[in-house]
Design a protein around this ligand. Structure first.
Ligand code: SF4
Length: 376
């Protein structure tokens, strides 16, 4: 890396792909290998535990998140071995937390036992009621999956295990916003996350192609603010802005644009950083966004091959553009590398349609509502 590059770490989150396979085939999915059945080896988990232990970049807390494919299509026994291995390697170095993002359809009592044993934070991907969810979240045969997701959620509830939700917000969500909000109010998750449909990989966001998408999304966020006030269920996007404002530690750190705050590891042990979506994309200019493999003893987390150093420099140029030009930078930290590439064709860029929704619209709503609240 060049001398003026952003510093490495601290490492706060590791995203592990136990399998790239997914049992669903959602229309907006960007994962290229979601039809491939595979499983991370125990050797990769063990090597990774040692690499993390020795890296010198760990923050005080480390979230190990199983994601990128449907994690629960891998065996329960794999996770039991992996969580034990990672706990043995890291628990005396860092406050370790396990989490999983799942479509909930495979959840059984055996999964609930594993979640309880390792105190998993469980995130469920659900896009609202069946009228919205089933328009996008389908099987390979085209069937809706809402009923199966709700059956999984009922198993979590029966086991007394809390869950959060993340919903992809599409044009259908905005058109049926009252149904979406009523569904979440009834579901009562521990928290709500909103992911506006993005342009990624081969997928072009239908939401971002609407001429008035930012205004409509802002209106939707105002309704979500009222839901949060009414129910006390925190909305992740609002919480992030409030926490940043209260902490006064600005600009915020952004794991998607700063090197090695986030480590992504695919099923074969290949390691990347920045936006998780990059791992799986192919581009020889940037060494396919991979800086090494956990199984390779010669690889260091801080010594990167030429392609990855080029990537780091280009992403840093984009972060500098954000810092110099954008009034939202202090509460954003520079956006998401994957969105910049997918929408602008270069990492050395600033504004995207995604950041107009994920950051600008969210910050506008939070500041306006906090101001209105203090006037009241
Ligand atoms: S809101 Fe967009 S343009 Fe502004 S800092 Fe974030 S990514 Fe950059």
């Amino acid at each position: 890396m060049s001398d003026d590059a952003a510093p490495l770490g601290p490492l706060r989150q590791v995203i592990l792909q136990a399998t790239s396979f997914c049992n669903l085939d959602c229309t907006y999915c960007y994962l290229p290998d979601r039809a491939t059945r595979n499983l991370m080896s125990d050797a990769v988990v063990a090597a990774l535990g040692q690499r993390l232990r020795d890296c010198g970049l760990l923050a005080d807390e480390l979230e190990v998140r199983w994601h990128a494919g449907e994690p629960l299509t891998a065996p329960v026994a794999f996770y039991r071995r992996a969580c034990r291995e990672l706990s043995a390697a890291l628990a005396d170095r860092v406050a370790l937390r396990f989490s999983v993002q799942t479509n909930a359809t495979p959840i059984s009592d055996a999964w609930c036992e594993l979640f309880a044993e390792f105190d998993f934070d469980v995130g469920v991907s659900i896009d609202g009621p069946a009228s919205i969810h089933d328009a996008y979240r389908r099987t390979r045969r085209g069937s809706g999956t809402h009923a199966r997701a709700m059956a999984g959620i009922e198993r979590l509830r029966a086991a007394g295990h809390p869950f959060s939700t993340i919903s992809v917000v599409t044009d259908a969500t905005l058109c049926r916003q009252d149904e979406f909000i009523a569904f979440l109010e009834d579901l009562r998750p521990a928290s709500i996350g909103l992911n506006p449909e993005e342009t990624e990989g081969h997928h072009r966001s239908g939401l971002l192609q609407q001429v008035d998408f930012r205004d409509r999304y802002t209106e939707f966020l105002r309704a979500m603010w009222r839901l949060e006030a009414r129910t006390g269920i925190p909305v992740r996007e609002f919480s992030r802005v409030r926490v940043a404002l209260r902490s006064g530690m600005l600009p915020v750190r952004n794991v998607q644009i700063e090197p090695l705050c986030l480590l992504n590891v695919d099923v074969a042990g290949n390691m990347s950083t920045y936006s998780p979506e990059l791992l799986g994309w192919k581009d020889a200019t940037f060494d396919d966004y991979i800086f090494g493999n956990a199984l390779d003893p010669a690889v260091s987390l801080s010594t990167w091959p030429p392609g990855f150093s080029r990537l780091a420099e280009e992403i840093e140029r984009g972060r500098t553009l954000c810092r110099d030009r954008c009034p939202y930078f202090k509460l954003c930290g520079g956006g998401a590398a994957a969105n910049k590439w997918a929408e602008n064709g270069t990492f050395a860029s600033a504004e995207t349609g995604a950041c107009r929704l994920n950051t600008m619209a969210v910050v506008d709503v939070v500041l306006a509502e906090l101001e209105a609240g203090s006037r009241r």
